[in-house]
Design a protein. Sequence first.
Length: 251
Amino acid sequence: MSDRTLAGQFFDAAIGLLQRVRDEEADSITAAGTLLADTVAAGGRLFAFGAGHSSLAAQDVVYRAGGLALMNLLTVPGTVGVDVMPATLGSALERVDGLAAAVLDSSPLRAGDTLVIVSLSGRNALPVDMAQHARSLGVHVIGVTSVAYASETSSRHSSGTYLKDHCDLVLDSKIAIGDAELTLDTVPAPFAPASTVVTSALLQAVLATAAGVLAERGIEPPLLRSGNVDGGLEWNSRVFDQYADRIFYRR
């Protein structure tokens, strides 16, 4: 079997997942985009969080050309990406009870804001605690997860619940347990994860929906332009000034 064939199989698997998400999650995507638009229109702020590789999708919608300027990254020290050494520390911190509440209580989140929490498995203490505590503060929560994990794995939260159980809206990424799309007789483990591709696409679809809903209401969506096109920096400077009280990644 050639590398080209494996590459093609991966693309086919990723495309298949994207098609499933497009078709099966259409109503949830519309609802999530509408919730973001409602939050913006009401003067609220937007935040995204993910731990480990789930943070990649969260980071992808923050300070992004073509994206909503009001989307801020909520960070838990030691869990964002794999730049922490050892990288396994982030995985350990995801299982620490009480960490999310401490982070949220010192964050700028307030009632009426919307928080997007990305967690592929949704089983660890950190995303579950974060969703629970955020909602107790009056924050709207959108969970992006693979619902299949709740039926095929055990929760690591003391309540026995999952991220999906504590959200106003859930977006199901459809990713299979283990996040590996390919197998080969000569390779002892499954490989080729697609969760980042699918989750990032899901979130971009939600933000595109939010922009459209705002426009339909006669509200100019607070979008950013690329700083590498003429006029982009000036455009972004205007947006930053207009929404300075709702943008936290410039402080």
